[in-house]
Design a protein around this ligand. Structure first.
Ligand SMILES: Cc1cc2nc3c(=O)[nH]c(=O)nc-3n(C[C@H](O)[C@H](O)[C@H](O)COP(=O)(O)OP(=O)(O)OC[C@H]3O[C@@H](n4cnc5c(N)ncnc54)[C@H](O)[C@@H]3O)c2cc1C
Length: 412
């Protein structure tokens, strides 16, 4: 019976190939997160552009892509966002098949809780927008919330009683590491080169074109350069003296000890600044609002443990005395209107930019990668990316995502 443990029998193939780094690529992507990897994957697969390097200063998934709570949904506030996120949500099952890798998509549905009349009104707006765009989202009264999640305390006991909720059945969760690894596998299988431990310290330009990057492993030249550096996007753009309206803020998340299954949906509450779901391992994974100060730290703080514990027990009293096991933090690149900046030929020919996702960048990763790949390959902005320009901030054409998200409960 011990035969199966012979050395070599359990040897698994690496998911992606470690290729030697070249000195020139057609396309260089800065950032080995979900956006960089998805763009590399679709560039190679859909457009036959295989001479690509994804440069990652640490390891793939080091940024927000390996630290998020992997909640996906499409009931954003504005039409432009709903369209993008809806396509993104529908992409997960296909992507799982295409990559031949289990991304662990669990279509459990999301329930946002309202604790005030104002929150209910803002949910009505979001629901109307979603329904107008053909996305399922509905208003529940407090009894229906309880039916959906029997452990919820819908009595008048909590400091902020639950008045109702916005239920979005198509949403759910995935496993974030699996998405990073699956995309790396797919990108590499189609010819892209993933270079870990390669940090970009400067960007080279000549006569209005980007020409390459300086890295800790030497210079690399390229025809096109895409900055997809998540929370560090503004810092990378600053290498070209491009100033972005982005504030990096820390978000913390944590998990409890594993419990028997009792929470079959994602729940979130803007009133309590919390979102939570039960993982397949049984842990309650929950996340908090962002730290208020602009900073680049990924240190966690004890304050959030206390805050999350108090909030969770208010909503789900059965969690009293359950222990948190781990806490971690990552960066969110916040724009003033909580919508991303997606650009091509930005100030320099051949320069592409995908950043400003705040806490929505996981759910948007593959779909944005698909369209950024199209943008880079065809040099023509796909219609769906049209609204997400940088100059909307100069023209005072902010997108209306902030109004409902900040105050009433879209922290996921
Ligand atoms: C705690 C937390 C919870 C979240 N929850 C959710 C959620 O539930 N749903 C959701 O949709 N989103 C969520 N997010 C947001 C989401 O994780 C991010 O928006 C998303 O991962 C951004 O992906 P990315 O590929 O753009 O960037 P990242 O994953 O941050 O990748 C960028 C990479 O660039 C690398 N890099 C930076 N500078 C350089 C350089 N100079 N040279 C080379 N490499 C460089 C970094 O090391 C990093 O690995 C959450 C974020 C956090 C922190």
């Amino acid at each position: 019976m011990f035969e199966i443990l012979r050395p070599g029998f359990l040897k698994l193939d690496r998911l992606w190939e470690e290729r030697p780094m070249k000195r020139h690529y057609d396309v260089v992507i800065i950032g080995g997160g979900i956006h960089g990897l998805a763009t590399a994957y679709y560039l190679a697969k859909n457009h036959g552009v295989e001479d690509i390097a994804v440069l990652e200063k640490n390891y793939i998934g080091f940024g927000g892509s390996g630290r998020n709570t992997a909640i996906v949904r499409a009931n954003q506030r504005t039409r432009e966002n709903v369209r993008l996120y809806d396509e993104g949500l529908k992409l997960w099952p296909d992507l799982t098949d295409e990559l031949d890798f289990n991304l662990m998509f669990f279509n459990c549905g999301n329930l946002n809780l309202a604790h005030s009349e104002a929150a209910l009104s803002s949910f009505r707006l979001s629901i109307n927008t979603a329904n107008f765009c053909g996305v399922k989202s509905e208003l529940l009264d407090r009894e229906s919330c309880k039916e959906l999640i029997p452990a919820l305390d819908v009595s008048d006991r909590p400091r902020l009683p639950i008045l109702g909720g916005m239920y979005h059945p198509p949403g759910g969760v995935l496993r974030h590491d699996a998405v990073v690894w699956g995309l790396a596998k797919g990108a590499s299988a189609h010819g892209a080169s993933i270079q870990q431990g390669v940090g970009v310290s400067a960007i080279d330009t000549d006569a209005g074109h980007v020409t390459g990057v300086q890295t800790n492993k030497g210079p690399i030249t390229c025809n096109k350069l895409a900055i997809m550096a998540g929370g560090y996007g503004a810092a990378v753009c600053a290498m070209l003296d491009i100033e972005l309206p982005i504030h990096p803020l820390t978000i913390q998340a944590m998990v409890t000890q594993p419990l028997k299954p009792f929470l079959n949906h994602v729940i979130s509450s803007g009133g309590y600044h919390i979102y939570a779901n039960q993982t397949l391992k049984g842990e309650i994974a929950c996340g908090a609002h962002m730290d208020p100060q602009v900073n680049y730290t990924t240190d966690a703080t004890a304050w959030y443990f206390k805050h999350q514990a108090e909030a969770m027990v208010e909503l789900l009293p059965c969690l009293e005395r359950v222990r948190f096991l781990r806490i971690w933090a990552g960066l969110a690149d916040m724009t003033p209107d909580m919508a991303p900046i997606l650009e091509g030929n930005l100030e320099f020919d051949g320069l592409y930019l995908d950043c400003g996702w705040g806490y929505f960048g996981f759910k948007s990763g593959p779909v944005t990668g698909k369209y950024m790949a199209e943008y880079i390959a065809r040099e023509e902005r796909p219609d769906i990316l049209g609204p997400f320009t940088l100059d909307r901030f100069l023209r005072n054409r902010y997108m209306g995502e902030t109004a409902t998200t900040m105050k009433y409960g879209h922290y996921d």
